[in-house]
Write a protein that binds this ligand. Structure first.
Ligand SMILES: [Zn+2]
Length: 236
């Protein structure tokens, strides 16, 4: 037996607000009894990004799409779109390399990649991490790996890659452990906050003076000359 439906305060008919359709990568349309309730629903969704995700879940969005929604966001043009929960999934070596290349034009790619992955928002690849041999010669490449490249897209709504860097650092640390490496490290410039490393539970273990990275006799290919760096590793 169907529950008695409430009357819509706008049109007086039985109130209707349902998900009509979802189009990849992130568009959706509501089916409503009238324009008034549609406007109210859109306003609610735009003002409460997290509650909106919960509401869409309750309306069966995840059953329709097989994906988990994180928030509802403005795509930058006033259109409400779905921000999916991020998922880490393998990508080919060339996909990862092409993804990070534009961000690192000034650095030649270090040799000796060990492992890499991509992170997706729905179907869209929004970030990649690549882990390889440590660039500093003093570190034993049989025991230590280095996050040499980590990039997320900056040409999309800023909400979409939210938390992607931390998740990639977290994945890299777990993967290094799984593969039997004793340590994983990465470098940031001293001027960078390292906020996503901190969020992933990494701490600064060593401060590297810029000069030692760029002496004429020992040029390290991956270093930005003359800048102080912080070396990070996960808290054990
Ligand atoms: Zn109505």
């Amino acid at each position: 037996m169907a529950l008695p439906q409430e009357a819509c305060p706008y049109c007086g008919e039985a109130e209707l607000i349902e998900i009509l359709e979802v189009w990849p990568p992130r568009d959706f349309q509501l089916d409503t009894c009238c324009h008034g309730v549609h406007e109210a629903a859109v306003q609610f969704l735009s003002e409460n990004p997290r509650a909106a995700a919960q509401w869409l879940r309750a309306k069966g969005l995840e059953g329709l799409t097989g994906r988990r929604v994180r928030r509802v966001i403005d795509d930058g043009s006033g259109q409400l779109v779905l921000d999916w929960r991020l998922t880490i999934a393998p990508v080919s070596f060339s996909t990862a390399k092409n993804f990070v290349a534009p961000h690192h034009r000034h650095c030649p790619a270090p040799a000796g990649w060990r492992f890499w992955t991509g992170i997706f928002n729905g179907d869209e690849l929004i970030g990649c991490v690549m882990v390889g041999r440590p660039v500093a010669r003093a570190l034993d490449p049989a025991r230590v790996v280095e996050v040499n490249r980590l990039c997320v897209r900056t040409d999309i709504a800023p909400e979409l890659p939210w938390n992607a860097c931390s998740q990639l650092y977290g994945w890299a640390a777990r993967e290094a452990r799984k593969r039997g490496f004793q340590r994983i490290i990465t470098y940031t410039l001293e001027s960078e906050s390292g906020v996503s490393l901190k969020a992933a539970g990494w701490t600064i273990e060593h401060k590297v003076k810029g000069r030692s990275w760029d002496t004429p006799s020992r040029r390290l290919p991956n270093a930005s000359p003359g800048l102080n760096k912080n070396r990070w590793t996960p808290e054990s």
